[in-house]
Ligand binder design. Structure first.
Ligand code: NAD
Length: 413
């Protein structure tokens, strides 16, 4: 099942639970704007390569569109559409005044030099410029992009405008209008979601065993924060494979290892090598999928033994797998809740940029925790009240709020 199939399936379930009519369902399933652009890149060796770039604004009924930019070789329009739709429900669920968007370029950033990456980023930013802006659509980092990518996008947009516009993207370095606490925000949110889910089940998080798939921006710091909070992180992985130590890994040391030039976590001293598939099937308390979508599916779901699955990634569990996990009574904290810390602090960053007044890291973290706790409590209460999964409850709240905005605004003309 593709990411778009999963997203549409989840939407249909929420629409059914909410009793929305077919017209509104159609409206919510259809992106408002899909833009495909050519991104010509002059390689360092002088040759020219034309890459495909995308920006999809799924919904604009509650405010400007918001969502990350992905640089990955498999990115295509359908994937971006799915990711944009999830952003719409996520922003509505946590109550921030945005619609959902997503963008991407079909490219493997690991195969580009820094100069090539900068050229791809600047050309992509200028191609999508007609539809982005602080009051229109605000990109952020996602897979394969980072705060440097955002600094180049902000600079390109500002150069075209003729003045500095910090609020056009979020996830920027603090030195150019970024927010304190944005770097680790998604991971902090994953940690809070883990705490809330375990607390609700009466399980102490201290000593809980954790496996994290995808040791990138989200998974790397989620592993570190959970370890620092007393969990035992027994396995982590990246695109090349995973490492396992039943006594526990030291994520901070692993992150340092990567920062000092190692290409993968695989081969780290004192660990056994495992595959990404084996990592998903470890008998741990908590599994954090934090890489790509569709990794827990019909074929492997019955071998996923974790009691709590905290979705750092967007769309890691297909609807077929959800049904299998539900039967097994595994608790799945869904992506639009579990990884919403990133967009929450992106919202804080945008607010700070618009006001040109910046907050302390403690203030950011306190507001993040409060926002996520209130979203989690709302989802958990609705799940209990209606006897539906946390995912369906989260989707119902998100989709319901967007549907309300459509009804209240009415249809033009
Ligand atoms: P990233 O590029 O920083 O890290 C991705 C990690 O996944 C890397 O370790 C990479 O090696 C690994 N990976 C890639 N392909 C893989 C594969 N096929 N199997 C196993 N591992 C693989 O990206 P990120 O920003 O950490 O994003 C990870 C996930 O979290 C994505 O689903 C993204 O949409 C989601 N997300 C990110 C943010 C954010 O703020 N960055 C916010 C919300 C959700």
């Amino acid at each position: 099942m593709s990411a778009l199939d999963s997203a549409l399936h989840q939407l249909a379930e929420a629409v059914k639970q909410l009793g929305l009519d077919d017209g509104l369902h159609d409206m919510l399933a259809t992106p408002r704007r899909s833009m495909q652009v050519a991104v010509p890149l002059r390689r360092d060796d002088g040759t020219l390569q034309v890459l495909a770039g995308y920006r999809v604004q799924h919904n604009l009924s509650r405010g400007p569109a918001k969502g990350g930019v992905r640089f990955h070789p498999d990115t295509d329009l359908d994937e971006v559409r799915a990711l944009a739709m999830w952003m719409t429900w996520k922003c509505a669920l946590i109550g921030i005044p945005y619609g959902g968007a997503k963008g991407g370029v079909a490219v493997d950033p690991r195969l580009l030099s820094r100069n090539e990456l900068e050229r791809v980023t600047r050309r992509y930013a200028s191609e999508i410029m007609p539809i982005i802006g602080p009051e229109k659509d605000i990109p952020a980092p996602d897979v394969g992009t980072d705060e440097q990518t955002m600094a180049w996008m902000m600079d390109t947009y500002s150069a075209h405008k003729g003045y500095t516009v910090t609020g056009v993207v979020t996830g920027k370095p603090v030195s150019v209008g970024g927010s304190e606490g944005r770097g680790g925000a998604t991971s902090k949110g994953v940690m809070f979601s883990t705490f809330f889910a375990l607390r609700e089940a009466g399980v102490d998080h201290r000593g809980a065993t954790v496996a994290v798939q995808g040791f990138g921006k989200v998974g790397g710091l989620a592993a570190q924060y959970l370890h620092d909070a007393g969990c035992t992180v027994v396995a982590v992985s990246d695109v090349k494979g995973g490492v396992y130590n039943p006594k526990g890994l030291n994520p901070a040391a692993l992150l340092k290892h990567l920062r000092s030039g190692a290409e993968s976590v695989v081969g780290y001293p004192g660990t056994d090598t495992i595959t990404n598939e084996q990592l998903l099937e470890l008998d741990v308390d908590v599994l954090v999928p934090a890489a790509l979508e569709g990794v827990i599916h019909e074929e492997n779901a019955d071998r996923v033994l974790a009691k709590f699955i905290i979705e750092g990634a967007n769309g890691p569990t297909t609807p077929d797998a959800d049904a299998i996990l539900e039967q097994r009574k595994a608790v799945v904290v869904p992506d639009i809740l579990a990884n919403s810390g990133g967009v929450a602090v992106s919202y804080f960053e945008w607010v700070q940029d618009l006001q040109a007044y910046f907050w302390s890291e403690d203030e950011v973290n306190d507001r993040l925790r409060a926002l996520m706790e209130s979203a989690y409590d709302g989802v958990s209460a609705l799940s209990a009240e209606r006897g539906v999964s946390l995912r369906t409850a989260a989707q119902m709240i998100g989709v319901g709020r967007v549907a309300d905005a459509h009804r209240t605004r009415g249809l033009y003309p």
